[in-house]
Design a protein around this ligand. Structure first.
Ligand SMILES: NC(=O)c1ccc[n+]([C@@H]2O[C@H](COP(=O)([O-])OP(=O)(O)OC[C@H]3O[C@@H](n4cnc5c(N)ncnc54)[C@H](OP(=O)(O)O)[C@@H]3O)[C@@H](O)[C@H]2O)c1
Length: 336
């Protein structure tokens, strides 16, 4: 069966996903019998639509100001209006993260699930704010809602929990879930510089946004621990249930004092004893949690396997695509 797809949001991740699906076309068919057609690509001001399947090669190299010239471009159509009418199996929701309302992603996800389409998303906002609601909607409609790329980028957090660790009782989950704040803490410690200088370096290298608040104030990591708590620990929680403390107040002196005692400071997100927290914590300098740079880490504490750590890249279009493709193949396998 050919899987018909629509992508909503054609930015960094949307383009990487379309490109890699094209590059891997033969490979995915040969290894998994997976065949797909992208019938729609939705952007803010319109969409590429072709019920027979879009020619992705034509589209992936276009700049947004060239979209209108393409024969399949339709101006001023929106995903919420058109998705219900298209013959689509899976909607891949890749718009920007909005942690105030979850929009536009939340409406896209609900529209898809209310109209018989499975959903894959990399967008944390809707899930951090409304996980119980959208999960229930998927369940009610017998559809899959998959979100591996929302948390830890390329790291297979959810797949690991639901497959390899499935016989375990998972007691707690702790992690470094934001590469930007980990980079800043690493640089403060390595170069003995204050927060403001380390932040500036992160911004110059493209690791931090001009407005870094989501990262350094712990909101991004909090969204991820909420998704983990709901899906793996089966808690019924949203962002408002997380105790959050950022890293802006960490001083050079605090880092120096920690170092004298053999510790480093890391921004840790945890789901433990029913409580969710994101805060700077002391970790022994030789512990696995003392990872450096932009890497992400997740530690599962389980009853049988005890501690399991996974470390990897938490950001990047190709890395996120690794996670999205794993969700795509999961749905493909389950629906054959
Ligand atoms: N980048 C990463 O490394 C990474 C990793 C894991 C997860 N994620 C998550 O993946 C999602 C996408 O990330 P990204 O880096 O690709 O973001 P991005 O480059 O900002 O792309 C988002 C795209 O969505 C479009 N968009 C905005 N409103 C829309 C609407 N109503 N309908 C259709 N399209 C709309 C934007 O168009 P305009 O530019 O015209 O507004 C933009 O092209 C985010 O939620 C992010 O948190 C990203």
């Amino acid at each position: 069966m050919i899987m018909n797809l629509a992508i909503i949001g054609f930015g960094n991740v949307g383009r990487a996903f379309a490109r890699i699906l094209l590059e891997r076309k033969q490979d995915l068919e040969k290894r998994y019998g997976f065949q797909s057609k992208i019938k729609g690509i939705f952007e803010l001001n319109g969409a590429f639509i072709n019920e027979a399947g879009l020619n992705i090669k034509d589209i992936i190299n276009l700049n947004p100001n060239e979209f209108e010239k393409h024969e399949n471009w339709k101006s001023k159509v929106s995903a919420n209006n058109l998705i219900p009418k298209l013959d689509i199996d899976i909607v891949v929701e890749l718009t920007h993260t909005n942690i105030k309302t979850g929009e536009p992603g939340l409406s896209h996800i609900k529209t898809a699930l209310n109209n018989g389409k499975h959903v894959i998303t990399a967008n944390k906002g809707p899930l951090a704010l409304a996980f119980p609601e959208v999960q229930e909607l998927a369940k009610k409609n017998n559809l899959y809602l998959r979100f591996e790329a929302t948390t830890g980028g390329a790291i297979p957090v959810f797949h690991l929990a639901e497959t390899a660790l499935m016989g375990n009782k998972i007691i707690s989950i702790k992690g470094i879930l934001n590469g930007t704040s980990n980079f800043i803490l690493t640089q403060m410690s390595r170069q003995n510089v204050p927060f403001s200088i380390a932040l500036k370096e992160a911004q110059e290298l493209g690791f931090a946004e001009a407005d870094p608040s989501l990262d350094v104030d712990g909101i991004d990591a909090a969204c991820k621990i909420v998704i983990i708590a709901n899906s793996i620990l089966k808690q019924n929680v949203t962002l408002s249930n997380v105790k959050i403390k950022g890293i802006r107040q960490i001083t050079k002196d605090a880092i120096e004092l920690a170092r004298e005692d053999g510790y480093v400071i890391r921004h840790i997100a945890s789901a433990e004893n029913g409580k969710l927290e994101v805060s700077p914590r002391l970790v022994p300098e030789n512990s696995t949690f003392a990872i450096e740079g932009t890497q992400n880490l997740i530690r599962f504490e389980t009853d049988l396997a005890k501690e399991i750590y996974i470390i990897g890249r938490g950001a990047g279009g190709r890395e996120a695509t690794s996670a999205i493709i794993s969700d795509l193949l999961y749905i493909h396998k389950k629906t054959q």
